[in-house]
Design a protein around this ligand. Structure first.
Ligand SMILES: C[S@@+](CC[C@H](N)C(=O)[O-])C[C@H]1O[C@@H](n2cnc3c(N)ncnc32)[C@H](O)[C@@H]1O
Length: 240
């Protein structure tokens, strides 16, 4: 029954202002296709990673990527089913996002061909991706309905400030998680060029996004947020 409710609501997306609009893309069929394709990529990538020595890194990377997007949808379905849509997979992130992952795969393939000995999977590198995924999932779990993929410009009446769980230790745990997941994925692929490129782009993106988000959170929660800001850090390099 609960699952049916989720499916029934998948044709609805929410605008920043909180008004609901119908969107023909967000049918249960489309959601199922996304989910199936991600699941297939995950399974195929794990198999490739397991059986192919050459492409094991690429297999683990694609499996981690598929899992990341499946979890984005799962947590939205669990805690924010009223705004569930295809965008909850966080795949439709704009061209830059797809170009970045495409560049990562191309760099990996070229360097694997030119310097095969240089590419080898290291557990230590994989750990950064796991830590990032763990922090991201904890953030969505602890923030529950307060977590939305888009920045909220108007305070919803049910929106409360979250300062417990992982939010007691990190001020923006989902951004921390995203940052280390993405940086870790480039270490995992042994991609020096994309590793540096990802860091530069993410530092610019998150510093601007956090500045804007905190301006709004201060507007919503006033001194409560200012005090929270004083006692916590983002633990993202160069962003206090
Ligand atoms: C994509 S979520 C990211 C949340 C947080 N920045 C993080 O990294 O975990 C963005 C939404 O979370 C809300 N938000 C951010 N920090 C929050 C907090 N500590 N408590 C409640 N809502 C928060 C913002 O209002 C924004 O609409």
């Amino acid at each position: 029954m609960a699952f049916k409710n989720v499916l029934d609501r998948t044709h609805i997306i929410q605008e920043d202002q909180g008004s609901l609009i119908l969107d023909g893309r967000n049918t249960p069929q489309n959601i199922s296709v996304y989910s199936f394709v991600l699941g297939a990529i995950f399974s195929a990538s794990v198999s490739v990673g397991w059986y192919s020595e050459t492409f094991s890194q690429l297999g683990v990377f694609l499996a981690a990527l598929a899992l990341f997007h499946e979890l984005e949808y799962l947590f939205t379905a669990l805690f924010n089913s009223n705004i569930l849509s295809l965008d909850s997979f966080l795949i439709n992130n704009g061209h830059q996002y797809h170009i970045a992952h495409g560049a990562a795969i191309i760099e990996f393939l070229i360097e694997s061909y030119l310097f095969p000995n240089y590419k080898s999977i290291k557990l230590f590198y994989f750990i950064a991706t796991v830590v990032g995924q763990f922090a991201r999932s904890c953030a969505m779990w602890h923030a529950k309905h307060n977590f939305t993929h888009t920045i909220q410009y108007h305070k919803r009446k049910e929106h409360v400030l979250v300062t417990t769980g992982i939010y007691a230790y990190l001020r923006h745990p989902s951004y921390f998680g995203f940052y280390y997941w993405a940086a870790g994925s480039q270490l995992l692929l042994c991609n020096p060029i994309c590793f540096i490129g990802f860091l530069v782009v993410m530092n610019k993106f998150f510093s601007e996004r956090i500045r804007e988000e905190e301006r709004l959170l201060i507007k919503f929660f006033g001194n409560e947020y200012v005090e929270y800001q004083k006692r916590t850090f983002t633990w993202i390099p160069l962003i206090k």
